[in-house]
Design a protein around this ligand. Sequence first.
Ligand code: PLP
Length: 458
Amino acid sequence: MPGASRPVGGPDLEQVRRIVTEIPGPRSRELLARQRTLVPAGVGATLPVFVEAAGGGVLVDADGNSLIDFGSGIAVTTVGNSAPRVAERAAAQLRRFTHTCFLVNPYESYLDVCEKLNDLAPVPGEKRTVLVNSGAEAVENAVKIARAATGRPGIVVFDHAFHGRTLLTMSLTAKNKPYKQGFGPFVPEVHRAPMAYPYRWPTGPDNCAEDAAEALADLLDRQVGAENVAAVLVEPIQGEGGFVVPAPGFLPQVAAICRARGILLIVDEIQAGIARTGRMFACEHEGIRPDLITTAKGLAGGLPLGAVTGRAELMDAVPAGGLGGTFSGSPVACEAALGVFEEIEAHGLMERALEIGDTMLERLGELSDAQPAIGEVRGRGAMVAVELVELFGDRIPDANLAARVARRCHAEGLLVLTAGSYGNVLRFLPPLSISDALLEEGLTILAEALAKETASAL
Ligand SMILES: *Cc1c(COP(=O)(O)O)cnc(C)c1O
């Protein structure tokens, strides 16, 4: 059988960090050179080690290095890479049939995924779910549904938001480089309000929720006109924006402002949702009940699947043919998603996310007490970040330090990702299948990398 001799991933993969070459090693460097001749430069790579197998809490590369994974492919392999229930269900489906197009001939697994999301999503009343291929597509469809249901054009988003790379979703995204530069003109009727970002709120964290809510109301009432706004779209914890946890109370105020004006609330759970923060949906931490919720990343354990779940009367406002797509809700991805929900239940992964969060927040909190370069440690569950700042100055973002620490971690065999509007945030998204030993080892590597890079800067 072709490829039969290649390594097998999943939880049976040896759970150790093992560095046998420099990172990236010779084989990965050879493949990267090949990539440069085949793939456009616009497709970047955080750490160009080519992966051969992954599972539990490690990634094994083409040179035989085994790296600790604090990225989960950007919050995708939350239940672990090649998690058994995901892999088995998807493989069995591949042998039954690969595709029909749900718009041509439906199949039951699509319904099962929708039923699961309808049951779990903290959306009030009767619900419906539509499946798509990606996060950006989920956001695109949520906006289409909100416009169709309200008859209004406007969409309000926030500073530091990330919603995708398609034309609409990059228009909704805040950061210019690298997401928007050169790709305009952008979609009209997108308006931006300040995010209640406690660490960087000009008058300090205490009034942050109140002030940001007031700014939103002012934008709606005075600048745009609430009657022109279909929806406010917000991430419950901003992902690419640097794991900004909105000031406590802000999201409930946003929900109240929307409700009072007949504006829909769309919560983008694409990065924070699906057990990542210790709840199925991160907005549950703030007790809000959105009209529409988007999910993707962690939904199908690595297979491409996105969803919009919302109130039935809104979802049903779009006539037949207005939603869906050729590959949308692929039967293989649907089986994988059912496997994800089974893994979460079988292993108590929401509790595990909280445990991982406690470990990370405790270790990073201690580190931050001794380390002035850490401006803030924040996050929920297994979605935690440190924001790095210059040693001298008041909260001046230090993107260069973040890049150097990330590089040093990579060289030591710990995959970490950067984030943030200022590029100065290191974010940690370990798979919930990571062992305590690897989690601790990763945090130790991080602490040492930070100590070395700040010492060399003095
Ligand atoms: C990643 C992400 C998206 C876009 O998802 P893609 O699958 O990359 O299109 C949208 N919103 C949030 C919050 C994300 O983190």
